[in-house]
Design a protein around this ligand. Structure first.
Ligand code: BDP
Length: 666
């Protein structure tokens, strides 16, 4: 199926002059390195792709010299994932620091061909910005996927591993084609059954799955249950300083690595949203994580420890703590106390993957601790893969954010890559958006977010436009009108979604628990620490040092001052940081209330434009993908209108202030 192939379409090349120009480079391959499974897969990919695009059988020869064709070789002086591609006079040389780098280089050449780029006079050198480039699955062993919007899990069903592993194989190809090199397959919320993944009940299956990923240069990790010693009925405590608990984890690690020697390590969600953790035993998170770190050390494993720790049982009536402060308040005091093989995983914002949040102030504050940045490709709060929302522009803002941690220009992208503080383990992870749906992501256009995630964390300097353009050509072809039209749909889509949903950085106006559709007060009188404080006079959370929760004080001075002052705080985050009257005039010159009305009308119009664009492409796209996207866009329009009318009516009724343009508000 077309949509199953995602961006690896390998459509036959119709442009004969292009085909003949590149053919000489492709006819033969000389392999001047030791083959392993990764190289084998690279060669299979090469032959499959060329067979499909050029009906060509590229002959593979081991150890030979060539004067025309592709030469593969290793260079021990290169970093592991570095590769170079050079070409002249019909000779293409791909040199890699490892088999994996060769695989990436092969995908690079195929990407060039899929985009109809010339192979003449290439002089390419690629080194990924981030060493670890990871995906987290939130798959449960019953087959469901927490926050999954693309069907069930393709790893598990009915508490077993799915025996047919073809899909996992195809998934590994897709991931490695964009440079992903790590993943977890089970949810961070580990229930009783998944606790057993580290036991002999499942280890053989864990190994089979891990092997498939390894063959594409991807290291597999497992999410573990902090209370495993109790859950498995071995002990009655999970206290990290208890010697029986220490022995339990040592023994568990030993057994796990006997069966799965290439496992990357463990991912842990502890003391978070009712998950067990060291707090139960009055231990801190460094004590908790280091105990596991020591158990994995002999095998080279690492512990990834999430910072999503906050009080989710607040009383909305007294609202004593500000949830936004939580990650920093918990983890900043522990900086420097974690083992070398422990890494803290920090969500991009201080709350939880909202359409707009400031960057987590913890990033830049941990100077002596390994860290990962966590994004969410799954569109939990961004339309759940029924709305078209291109996420790269949002992530780019995060990566380009200047923390001022070491003075001006200390950007998030350089901190999380490990460069600024010279971290041993560093990188970026994101929550997956795939499932068993035939097109992987539910919404065909959501494939772009997975593709883009890989490309962006490999090279954060790629622009959102470049990434989208690459994807469109590989996914849908080369018709200029098609490319231009899809660009016009995806580029403003994040802004459009922001326009018709919750305004000015306030977030959370969604239905409780499933998080889809508008519900302005859904989270207002609840325990989750997610409030907007709207009344008849105004709206917003005062997070200033002067009169509010003091959250702004968690940023370095320059950002602190920027956010603290109502004059300089960027409009798009105003209500995240300040409580203001509806009549407050934004930097844009509009009042808050007029901004709300205007953006909500505009957001719906933007979706209408998307639909016009898409329908203009009807005869340029296969029916299945065309109809799929069309149906979703129509639903998106319905949903955007629901958002517009709910939000506008609510604020009209609260404030009593009419729309300047007298549009229909209910
Ligand atoms: C929230 C999700 C919840 C996850 C949690 C997490 O609503 O399902 O378990 O994040 O990141 O966004 O652990």
């Amino acid at each position: 199926l077309t949509s199953y192939r995602a961006w690896l379409q390998y459509e036959p090349i119709e442009d004969q002059s292009y085909a003949s120009n590149v053919s000489a480079y492709l006819k033969n391959v000389a392999v001047n390195l030791d083959c392993d499974e990764i190289i084998d897969n690279a060669l299979i990919e090469w032959q499959t792709a060329l067979g499909s695009m050029l009906q060509m059988n590229s002959a593979v020869d081991v150890g030979s010299e060539l004067d025309q064709g592709l030469i593969l070789k290793l260079d021990a002086s290169y970093q592991e994932d570095t590769y170079t591609i050079d070409s002249s006079e019909n000779l293409l040389t791909l040199t890699g620091g490892s088999s994996r780098a060769i695989l990436y280089g092969i995908f690079h050449v195929l990407r060039l061909i899929q985009q109809r780029k010339s192979l003449d006079n290439l002089s390419i050198k690629e080194t990924p910005k981030n060493k670890i480039r990871m995906i987290n699955h939130w798959d449960d062993m019953d087959g469901s996927v927490e926050r999954g919007y693309a069907g069930e899990s393709f790893f598990f069903k009915d508490y077993k591993f799915i025996k047919d592993r073809q899909r996992i194989h195809d998934y590994a190809r897709l991931l490695s084609s964009v440079g992903i090199n790590a993943l977890t397959i089970n949810n961070v919320n580990v229930h009783k059954i998944e606790t057993e993944l580290v036991t002999d009940t499942y280890l053989a299956d864990v190994k089979l799955t891990s092997d498939i990923f390894n063959q594409y240069g991807i290291t597999m990790y497992l999410s573990i249950n902090y209370a495993a010693p109790i859950e498995l009925g071995v002990l009655d405590t999970a206290d990290p300083l208890d010697e029986n608990v220490i022995a339990f984890w040592e023994k568990t690690a030993k057994r796990v690595y006997e069966v799965v020697p290439n496992l990357g390590g463990f991912l842990v969600k502890a003391d978070s949203e009712n998950r067990p953790g060291p707090f139960t035993y009055n231990r801190d998170h460094a004590e908790g994580a280091n105990m596991l770190g020591k158990a994995l050390e002999p095998y080279g494993g690492i512990v990834i420890w999430r910072c999503f720790v906050y009080n989710n049982k607040q009383d909305w009536r007294d609202r004593k703590t500000d949830r936004a402060r939580a990650a920093y308040d918990h983890f900043k005091p522990l900086d420097g106390k974690f083992n070398d093989n422990v890494v803290l995983q920090i969500k991009n914002g201080p709350m939880d993957f909202q359409v707009r949040e400031p960057v987590s102030p913890l990033i830049g504050e941990l100077k002596d601790t390994n860290q990962f940045l966590e994004f969410q490709i799954a569109q939990e709060y961004l339309g759940q893969q029924r709305h078209l929302v291109y996420l790269i522009p949002q992530w780019k803002e995060v990566l380009e954010f200047d923390t001022y941690a070491k003075g001006k220009g200390t950007k998030v992208k350089d901190i999380v890559s490990g460069e600024v503080f010279d971290n041993k383990i560093a990188g970026i992870v994101a929550v997956s958006n795939v499932g068993i749906d035939y097109n992987w992501t539910g919404h065909t256009m959501a494939q772009l977010n997975l593709y883009g995630y890989g490309r962006l964390i490999w090279n954060p300097d790629l622009t959102a436009e470049e990434i989208a353009m690459e994807w469109i050509k590989q996914t849908f072809g080369h018709d200029p009108q098609l490319i231009e039209t899809i660009m016009k749909m995806v580029m403003p889509s994040w802004e459009a979604y922001e326009n018709y949903t919750s305004p000015l950085g306030i977030g959370w106006m969604v239905n409780v628990s499933h998080h889809y559709g508008p519900n302005i007060d859904g989270y207002e009188y609840d325990m989750w620490g997610t409030y907007h404080y709207a009344d008849r006079n105004g709206i917003g959370v005062d997070r200033t040092i002067a009169t509010g929760t003091g959250y702004t004080g968690q940023y370095y001075k320059e950002n602190q001052e920027l956010y603290e002052s109502i004059e300089t705080c960027p409009d798009e985050l105003l209500l995240f940081f300040h409580h203001v009257p509806y009549t407050h005039v934004l930097q844009s010159g509009k009042t808050v209330i007029q901004h709300i009305y205007d953006t909500h009308f505009k957001g719906v119009e933007q979706v209408e434009e998307m639909i016009e664009h898409w329908t203009s492409l009807e005869d340029k796209i296969d029916q299945r993908r065309y109809q799929d996207v069309k149906e979703r866009l129509e639903h998106q329009l319905w949903s955007a209108k629901e958002w517009r009318d709910t939000i506008n009516t609510y604020f009209y009724r609260k404030s009593g202030i009419a729309d300047e343009h007298n549009r229909k508000i209910y």
